[in-house]
Structure formats: C-alpha cells, structure tokens
Design a protein around this ligand. Structure first.
Ligand SMILES: [Fe+2]
Length: 432
C-alpha cells in the first residue's frame, strides 16, 4: 500500500480537491458549483460559537448526505452510552487484564465493547472508554456518530480510516480523532485492537500552554489531516452501502446505492486528524518533585468550569527522569477527577508487572491509588542518576464526571480481581 498524503496543522483552514477545479473560488455555495457537484456544510460547533472554537467544513460531493434510505433499528448491545448504561461498582481501584482477541468475525462496529461511561450524550456531556476488537474491515459499511467524536488509540495493527474528508492510516503509537457526525469506515490488515474514547462534550482541542510558552507538548503542526479522496463508482457495478448511525445511544441502519465517500473537494477546519505521539515534547522537573500529570495533556475537551475537563487525553511517553531528592513515580493520591488508563506497549512505571499492554485501569473520583509495592520499594531505594523511561506508551482519559463500568466490563472484560493485592505489601511505617 502506498503511503498516504496529509495536510499538516491542528484546526487549520484546509482546502483540498481530488479533481482539479472542484473547489469553488471566493464563495462557498455558488449557484452551480464546479463539476456539477453539490455543496454541503458540516458544522461541528454552533454557528455563533466564538471564532476560536468555530469548526465547520464545506463538502463538494456527488450526492448530499440527505440521500439515504429510511433508518431502522440496529442492535449493537455492547456499545453503551452515558452514565445511565453503567452499573454500580464499589469505590475500589479497578483493573482489567488484556482481553483476548475474540474468535468471531468482527468489524469495528461489531467489535466495540464499552468499558466505562459517564455523562449523557443527549446533554453533550461526558465520555465513554471502549475497547475495539477488529478481525475484518467494514465492507460497504460506514458509521456516522451523532453522539460524539471518537478518539482512537490503536494497540495492535494499523487502522486504515476512510472518511468523507479522505484516508488516514493510524498505527500503534499514533492517535486519531474522527469528528462528531463525519462518516467513516475502518479497514484492517488482520486482527487489530484499539482503545477508543467517545467524547460527547466539547470537541477536543489543544490545551493552553500558560507559562510553558508558545511551543511544547503536542505542537499543532504535527497533527495531520487527510487530502480529499472519493470512491469512483462509475466503473463499478453499484451495490448497496449500509450507513450505521449512532443517535442518542441508539443505533440505526439505512442502505443507499452509492458510497458515502463521494466528497471530491472540501475546505474547512472540521477534519479528522492523526498525531504521532513520538512528536510529543514532554515537560518534566529538572529540579525536584514529580509535577502534576497535566503536563502530559495532548488534547482536552473543556467543560463549562474553567480548568475542569469534560475529558483530557494524557499520554505517558518515553522520557528522562532527572529530579533530585524525589520519589520519581507518581505519588499516592486521590483526586476529584476520574482516570481511565490503558497501555499501548511497554511498562508503566507505577505498575511494572500487573498493568499489561491491552489492559486498562479505572481510578474513580476520590478512589486512592499510586505505585504498587514493587514500584514503591524500587523507587524509594533507587540511586537518583538520570534515568530514561523508554519503550513505553501509557495513556489516560481523565474526566470530571465519575466513570461507571458496564456490565460487560465487570462480567466479561477480564477484571483483575486481585488488583488491590498490589498494595498489600506496603508495610505500616511505625514512627519512633
Ligand atoms: Fe491518578
């Protein structure tokens, strides 16, 4: 497969055409758009959202997306939505072993299993964390998620994304964002898996940098958007496409006699994006103390309370530890935010053994957690020479809303019932 071309920059005003002259010049909706195409606007924000938050893209396409058959219900029972679809769980730290790849034929939609949920998609609040197990490509099947945007974290196998804006290849180590409402399909080369964050709230954006300045963390130019590409069906016999729409936590299907990927040209700043986490410029202590993990924020979905995210996407990539007189792993803590973590590859420094690639953990609001006995003993006695944490990529979806596990996660999700034992060896320190 040849390498795809991309355009660079987070939230840029891109302009791209797969056929020369397909983009109108100087206006968005001419009386007769070039090449006889239909103009269609996709808005990712309210029309009157502040300019800095306003996201929209103009499509020029063979058919507007309103041309689709009637929708009928579709059952995807393991894809849950909102806090109401979670179950009560005790305020213990929870952890899951990697779930083995299922034996069945599963495309991205069939293979999605929700682990935790919060908020309410109808209220555009909250998020969900899912695991996707994919053994086959979506063939002539596309998804439109009206409930939120999807952030994909591939764990094994490359995801080939086809979207209305074009194609993206996303490999482990990279992440991708598919905006709310944009049609997409996922193709794979073989069995593949991914973590997925579904964000019902404000679209992900880059965090403010404050005193860090104008550079650092995830730099805008390292985000890549696709170039326009469309399915040319003129030479092929027409067969139906299935459009699956997620709408208020329910799933609906319709068929149409043409590909939804029929956008010949587009311009705008509402686009799918991918980002290679190897480009993340980490910030850390060069004196003492472990800074707050917010220094590792890649993208944030703000809530209506400043600094209190609907969802932060945080990564723990390779980095140097150099702090003096410092316990270098994360400290013991409990906080108001709720934390869902996963591990793409390697080892996480606070849990060297029990937290495995493909696994997950949940430390909910005010649930205490921190380094396990082994990590504590090692870090307390370590010689504090510069040390590189290498060959590792952990991540966290952090939310102000408490996360509820699903029945699937507690029953079939490989829950680690012995998780609490990882702290059992911490001895009580008696003072003289
Ligand atoms: Fe934490």
């Amino acid at each position: 497969m040849t390498a795809l071309r991309y355009q660079s920059g987070f939230g840029n005003q891109f302009a791209t055409e797969a056929l020369p002259g397909a983009l109108p010049v100087g206006r968005n909706s001419p009386q007769r758009p070039p090449l006889g195409l239909y103009a269609e606007l996709l808005s990712g924000s309210a029309f009157t959202a502040p300019r800095a938050d306003n996201r929209r893209t103009w499509f020029y396409r063979h058919q507007p997306s309103v041309v689709v058959g009637g929708y009928t219900p579709l059952a995807l029972p393991l894809w849950a939505t909102g806090a109401a679809s979670g179950v009560a769980a005790p305020p213990d730290p929870l952890r899951w072993h990697p779930v083995p790849m299922p034996a069945e034929d599963l495309d991205f939609l069939d293979g999605l299993r929700t682990v935790v949920v919060n908020g309410d998609a109808d209220a555009q609040t909250g998020m969900a964390a899912h695991l996707a197990f994919i053994t086959r490509s979506m063939e002539r099947r596309a998804c439109v998620n009206a409930d939120g945007e999807l952030l994909l974290v591939p764990q094994s196998g490359t995801l080939h994304l086809q979207t209305e804006c074009g194609h993206l290849d996303v490999a482990p180590g990279e992440i991708a964002v598919i905006p709310r409402g944009l049609a997409f399909r996922v193709a794979v080369d073989g069995p593949s898996s991914a973590y997925v964050c579904e964000n019902y709230g404000a679209p992900f954006r880059l965090p403010e940098l404050g005193p860090i300045g104008s550079n650092g963390l995830a730099n805008p130019r390292d985000f890549l958007a696709p170039v326009a590409a469309f399915d040319d069906e003129r030479a092929q016999p027409r067969t139906d496409w299935e459009i699956v729409k997620k709408f208020g936590g329910s799933f609906w299907r319709a068929t149409q006699d043409h590909s939804p990927f029929n956008v010949v040209a587009w311009h705008g700043n509402l686009t799918p994006l991918k980002y290679d986490t190897a480009h993340f410029m980490t910030i850390g202590s060069i004196s003492f103390d472990h800074p707050d993990p917010s220094i590792f924020t890649v993208l944030t979905s703000p809530s209506d309370t400043p600094g209190t995210a609907n969802c932060d996407v945080v990564i723990f990539p390779p980095r140097w530890l150099v702090a003096e007189d410092t316990f270098r792993p994360p400290w013991y803590h409990r906080n108001v935010m709720s934390e869902f973590m996963g591990l793409v590859h390697g080892q996480y420094d606070a849990k060297p053994e029990g937290f495995r690639p493909g696994g997950a953990s949940l430390h909910n609001s005010m649930v205490p957690h921190g380094p396990d006995t082994e990590a504590f003993a090692k870090a307390s006695a370590a010689t504090l020479a510069p040390h590189k944490l290498d060959h590792t990529l952990a991540f966290m979806f952090e939310s102000r809303w408490r996360m509820k596990p699903t029945a699937w996660a507690l029953r079939d999700g490989a829950l680690d019932t012995a998780y609490a034992a990882c702290w059992a060896g911490l001895k009580e320190q008696t003072t003289p």
